[in-house]
Design a protein around this ligand. Structure first.
Ligand SMILES: [Zn+2]
Length: 84
């Protein structure tokens, strides 16, 4: 399964989730609060936002800006490589 990077709007919505909404987001995410990391897309150079649970070595992510298929080649710092 290919994960999709978040668009900047989706990222803002995740980060701006108010504290009083925590219980609800726990339920929605199956007991986990979503954390997001930013990385730059090697294909289009845009900053993209990836849920931390999708940012593991070897996982494939679709760029939210250009649609390129990317692979996680390093976790810390997060590095992505385009798959052709
Ligand atoms: Zn891109």
């Amino acid at each position: 399964m290919i994960a999709r990077a978040l668009t900047p709007m989706e990222m803002l919505r995740e980060r701006k989730k108010p504290l009083y909404d925590m219980n609800q987001s726990h339920i929605l995410n199956g007991g986990r609060v979503k954390k997001i990391i930013d990385a730059s897309c090697p294909a289009c150079d845009e900053t993209i936002y990836i849920p931390i649970e999708d940012a593991y070595l070897g996982n494939q992510i679709e760029c939210s800006e250009c649609g390129a298929l990317l692979k996680v080649v390093n976790e810390s710092p997060l590095e992505l490589e385009e798959i052709f």
